[in-house]
Ligand binder design. Structure first.
Ligand code: ATP
Length: 245
């Protein structure tokens, strides 16, 4: 469903992601972890077509993000770390704008917009201009917009930032339901507990390279440490030297 095929991305001479190969099957929730500057956002930007790989290919549902971007985008929903909205549109108008962009017929758009307003509990404020929204309200609207067209792949950059505990619960429940229905999720997170609770597999990136790929249980085995505390395992892995894998 998602494929990184020997992907390298440099900024000038400096590599941000180096020779990343990774395959994520349908219905998997994958979490990418790593310290600041590890290359997570660069990886996500390549996955949604905002950055081109310097080498290698990224594919979604078999579509190459560089050569068949439009087809790949039709299958993808994206929630960036900082929600971007149009201040002078209401939440409902924003959802209509997204539905139009995906060429949704009117009756289908009405039904899906209603569904997402209900899922993300937007009814109270969706007819106000988005300029008046708090960060959490904006984030909920962006989630609703990303899921409107029932994407096969949902890409989330630090999805829980700004959400209150109730909204976090709504998002977690939706991710569970949608992945059970076959949606694939790729998310970056600094929240280890979130990765442990939600992810089928995690990748740990350090200085642009995947240092670990597997389940949390495999991570514990791999590290063969006395501790089973995830935070300690993570710190051990991300602060050790380059040949620690
Ligand atoms: P964080 O957790 O802090 O958000 P990250 O894992 O998302 O970090 P990236 O933002 O992908 O990391 O950055 C990876 C590397 O690429 C870093 O060394 C960063 O300084 C560099 N980098 C990112 N964007 C640019 C840019 N536009 N120009 C030059 N270097 C960049």
């Amino acid at each position: 469903m998602i494929e990184f095929d020997h992907v390298t991305r440099t900024y000038g001479p400096k590599p941000a992601v180096t020779d990343l190969s990774l395959s994520i099957p349908r219905g998997e929730l994958f979490a990418l972890l790593g310290p600041n500057g590890a290359g997570k956002t660069t990886t996500i930007k390549m996955l949604v077509g905002l950055l081109r790989p310097s080498r290698g290919a990224v594919r979604i549902c078999g579509y190459d993000l560089t050569k068949e971007a439009r087809s790949a985008h039709l299958h993808t929903g994206y929630v960036p770390d900082e929600p971007t909205l149009y201040d002078k549109l209401t939440g409902r108008e924003f959802l209509w704008f997204i539905a139009d962009m995906f060429g949704m017929p009117r009756h289908m758009a009405t039904q899906k917009i209603g569904r997402e307003i209900e899922h993300f509990e937007l009814a109270e404020f969706c007819d106000d201009l988005t300029e008046s929204y708090s960060l959490g309200m904006k984030q909920r609207l962006v989630f609703a917009a990303a899921l409107l067209h029932d994407p096969d792949v949902l890409v989330l950059d630090e999805p829980m930032v700004g959400l209150d505990p109730r909204s976090v619960r709504i998002v977690k429940d939706l991710l569970r339901t949608r992945t059970q229905e076959g949606m694939t999720v790729f998310m970056s997170t600094h929240t280890l507990a979130m990765a442990e609770e939600m992810a089928d597999r995690v990748g740990i990136m350090v200085r642009g390279q995947l240092r670990f790929l597997g389940t949390i249980a495999e991570l514990r085995d791999h590290m063969a440490l006395e501790t089973t505390n995830l935070e300690n395992l993570y710190l051990e892995l991300t602060t050790a030297g380059p040949d620690a894998s």
